[in-house]
Write a protein that binds this ligand. Structure first.
Ligand code: K7E
Ligand code: CUA
Length: 631
C-alpha cells in the first residue's frame, strides 16, 4: 500500500505526460482549448466494493473479455474479473504455436501473398437484437487495410478481406438490430480516389470512405465517400444508422493543417438510403474495384445530403459510443476538446426525414468532462464513463443531468473521478455495447504503465486496469500488464459463448484439405500413407497419443512435401503438434482436426519430426523421421 509520499510522487508522474502532450500540440495553436477541465479534484482509489472480483484458483470467470492485440496483429481472450489471459487468437500475424500463417488452412484464410502482420484495434462480437450471440468476432487491421472475421466456436479466423479504395481501416462496428448483417469499417487516411500515382499532388482531391461488408459472406456491399477523414464508429439500436467521428475535417496533410478547425464532424450515415441508391444503380466504381460507391460528400448534393449528416463536433472527436440498453444517445468524445457531444438518435432520424434544419439540433448535451476525452462507456444506471488521456483519469458523469445542464439547469453531472495508471485510451464496461449492460466492471486500457510493474527494459507493459463500478465511487481492483498493444476490449457474459471442445470432422475450416484427400482416394481418419504426384508428395497420417500414424516416410530432394495430419484423439484438450525440424514447420492439430503444411525437402538426409504439444507421458517419444534421398 502506498503512503502519503508515494501519492505525491504519483501525482508528479501522472502530470508528466499531460504537460508534455499539451506542449506537443501547443505549436498547432490549440493550447487554449485545454482551459477548464476538472470540475472536481481527483481522488485516490478507495471505496466500498459490491463485487467479489477475486477469482480463486480453479474458479471460472464471470465474463469472456475480447481484447485487440494492437500491432501484434492478434486478438486475445481474457477472463474477467481475474484478467487472466486465456487465449491468443492469431489473425494477421504468424504464430509459431498454432501454425497460423504456416498451415495451408490458415494460408487459405489469409490469401495469397498476404502481409503477415497487422494492427488490430476494435474487436466486435456479433449481435442478435443488440445482444451478443456468440457467433463471430470481427476485427480491423489498420496496418494493411483489412477486416477479419473470427469464428467463436473454434476461435480461428475464417475470412480476411482487404478493403479496396481506402487506406488504414481503423474504426469498426456492427449492425445490432435485428442482427449483425452489416459490418462497418472506417477508412482513416485520405488518398486520391483512384490512387494510381497519376494524381498525387492535388491534395484537395484526397478522400476516404465508409465501407459496409456483409457479415455472412464478407463481401463488400458498398462504400460511401465522405468529407474529411474518419476515425471511430458505432451503430444505433434500430439498424438504420452508423456514426463515425472525423478528426481531420480540413483534410490536412500535416499536423498543423489537421488542427485547423474549431469543430470537426460526427458523420452519420443513413444505411437504408445508401442501400436504396445501390439497388437503383446510382453508384460509381473506382479503378478496378467492382464495389459500388455512393458519394456522401456535401458538395455532391444540392441541398440535403440523403446519405450522410455532418454534425459539427468540437475538435478532433475520437470515440463514438451508443448508450445502452435502449440506444437512445450516441456519445462522441472530444479528444482535443474537454467535452463529450451527446447526440440523440431519434433526432438524427428527424433530420434525415426533413424535420430538423440545423445538424447541431441533433445534439442534446455537451458536458465538460476533463482533458483528453477519448472513449466513453456506460453502466445500467444512466451513467457514462469517459477515458481522459491527458488527465489519466476515468470520469463518471450522468447523461440525463448533462442534458439538463445543456438546457440551462444548474446541475452537476459529474459523479466521480478516479486516477488510472497512466494515460488511458479505450475504456469498456461489462456488456456496455449491448442491451445486457450490467454496470459491474470497467476495464481501463492504459497506454503507459511506467512504475506499476517491474521494469523489463526499454519496452514497458501496457496496463489494463479493472475498476469496480457497482458503487457510487469507482474502485480500482486490478492492474493487468498486457503486451503491445490492446486498443479496445469488450466483455460478454460467460454463458453467451459456447466454444467447441473438439472439432467436427465436417468443419469447413479444413474442408479443402479433406477434398484434396478425397481426390487422392484417401480416408483421412484411417490413412497412413504417401501419395506421389510428380515431384509433389502428399504424406497422410493420423495422430493418437502418443503416436503418429507414420514413424517414417521417404521423399526425394527437391520434392514439394505436404504433410496432412488428422488427430483421431477425441478427448478435449488432447492436442498434438507437428513440428518438422530445420524446416520452419510447426502446427496445431486439435482433437478431430485435420491440419496440413507444405514445404520443399531441400536437404538430403534424416530429418526428425516431433509432436510439439505436450499430450502424454510419452510425448517426447511421439516423433518420426523424414528420409530425404539425394536427387
Ligand atoms: Cu482510441 Cu484505435 Cu480505438 Cu486506440 S483507438 S485508444
Ligand atoms: Cu502428441 Cu505431444
Amino acid at each position: 500500500m502506498s503512503d502519503k509520499n508515494d501519492h505525491i510522487k504519483d501525482l508528479s508522474r501522472r502530470h508528466f505526460l499531460r504537460n508534455s502532450a499539451i506542449t506537443g500540440v501547443a505549436g498547432a495553436g490549440i493550447a487554449g482549448g485545454f482551459g477548464a477541465g476538472a470540475m472536481m479534484g481527483s481522488r485516490p482509489a478507495e471505496a466500498a466494493s459490491n463485487n467479489d472480483h477475486h477469482v480463486e484458483p480453479g474458479e471460472l470467470d464471470e465474463y469472456y473479455g475480447f481484447w485487440s492485440g494492437g500491432h501484434s496483429g492478434e486478438v486475445r481472450i481474457l477472463g474477467v474479473p481475474s484478467m487472466r489471459e486465456l487465449l491468443r487468437i492469431p489473425v494477421f500475424n504468424v504464430d509459431s504455436a498454432t501454425g497460423w500463417g504456416i498451415t495451408n488452412e490458415s494460408k487459405r484464410v489469409l490469401g495469397e501473398n498476404a502481409p503477415l502482420n497487422g494492427d488490430t484495434h476494435h474487436p466486435k462480437v456479433s449481435y442478435t437484437d443488440a445482444r451478443y450471440d456468440g457467433r463471430y468476432c470481427f476485427i480491423n487491421d489498420k496496418l494493411n487495410t483489412r477486416v477479419a472475421r473470427i469464428r467463436l466456436d473454434i476461435m480461428r479466423a475464417d475470412k480476411i478481406v482487404t478493403i479496396p479504395n481506402v487506406q488504414a481501416i481503423h474504426g469498426l462496428t456492427l449492425q445490432r438490430v435485428p442482427k449483425t448483417e452489416d459490418v462497418f469499417a472506417v477508412g482513416e487516411m485520405i488518398v486520391p480516389l483512384n490512387n494510381n500515382g497519376q494524381n498525387m499532388d492535388d491534395t484537395s482531391e484526397y478522400w476516404t470512405m465508409m465501407t459496409c461488408l456483409d457479415a455472412d459472406t464478407m463481401e463488400i456491399k458498398w462504400q460511401a465517400i465522405v468529407d474529411g477523414n474518419l476515425d471511430n464508429c458505432d451503430t444505433d439500436y434500430t439498424g438504420r444508422f452508423v456514426a463515425a467521428s472525423c478528426y481531420n475535417s480540413s483534410r490536412g496533410m500535416t499536423l498543423p493543417e489537421m488542427m485547423g478547425p474549431e469543430r470537426d464532424w460526427t458523420v452519420i450515415f443513413d444505411v437504408p438510403a445508401i442501400e436504396q441508391a445501390v439497388a437503383n444503380g446510382n453508384t460509381t466504381t473506382l479503378g478496378d474495384s467492382p464495389v459500388p460507391v455512393v458519394d456522401a460528400r456535401e458538395q455532391a448534393h444540392d441541398g440535403r445530403n440523403p446519405f450522410a449528416l455532418y454534425v459539427p463536433t468540437p475538435r478532433s472527436p475520437h470515440g463514438v459510443n451508443t448508450m445502452p440498453p435502449e440506444g437512445k444517445y450516441c456519445v462522441v468524445s472530444g479528444k482535443l476538446s474537454p467535452t463529450c457531444t451527446v447526440i440523440e438518435w431519434s433526432r438524427v432520424a428527424e433530420w434525415f426525414d426533413g424535420g430538423l434544419d440545423d445538424p447541431r439540433d441533433t445534439v442534446v448535451a455537451e458536458p465538460e468532462v476533463g482533458l483528453g476525452p477519448l472513449h466513453t462507456t456506460f453502466d445500467d444506471r444512466g451513467n457514462a464513463y469517459t477515458s481522459l488521456f491527458l488527465d489519466s483519469q476515468v470520469v463518471k458523469w450522468n447523461v440525463e443531468d448533462a442534458i439538463r445542464s445543456y438546457n440551462g439547469d444548474e446541475v452537476n453531472y459529474i459523479r466521480d473521478r478516479i486516477d488510472v495508471h497512466y494515460n488511458i485510451g479505450h475504456i469498456k464496461a461489462s456488456l456496455a455495447c449491448s442491451r445486457d449492460v450490467d454496470g459491474k466492471y470497467l476495464t481501463a486500457l492504459c497506454k503507459f504503465s511506467k512504475d506499476r510493474f517491474l521494469p523489463v527494459g526499454p519496452m514497458h507493459a501496457e496496463n489494463d486496469q479493472l475498476i469496480d463500478i457497482t458503487g457510487q465511487q469507482m474502485k480500482l481492483v486490478h492492474d493487468g500488464p498486457t503486451y503491445a498493444e490492446p486498443h479496445d476490449a469488450l466483455m460478454i457474459r460467460a454463458d453467451q459463448l459456447n466454444p467447441s471442445q473438439v472439432y467436427t470432422r465436417d468443419d469447413p475450416y479444413f474442408a479443402e484439405t479433406v477434398a484434396m484427400a478425397e481426390a487422392d482416394g484417401i480416408e483421412l481418419e484411417t490413412a497412413n500413407t504417401v501419395v506421389r504426384d510428380g515431384n509433389k508428395v502428399r504424406v497422410y497420417m493420423t495422430s493418437v497419443a502418443p503416436n503418429f500414424g507414420l514413424t517414417e516416410f521417404r521423399v526425394k530432394q527437391g520434392d514439394e512435401v505436404t504433410v496432412v495430419v488428422t488427430n483421431m484423439d477425441n478427448i478435449a484438450d488432447v492436442s498434438h503438434g507437428f513440428a518438422m525440424v530445420n524446416h520452419g514447420i510447426n502446427f496445431e492439430i486439435h482433437p478431430q482436426q485435420t491440419s496440413s503444411a507444405t514445404f520443399i525437402a531441400e536437404k538430403p538426409g534424416v530429418h526428425w519430426y516431433y509432436c510439439s504439444w505436450f499430450c502424454h507421458a510419452l510425448h517426447m517419444e511421439m516423433s518420426g523421421r523424414m528420409l530425404v534421398e539425394p536427387a
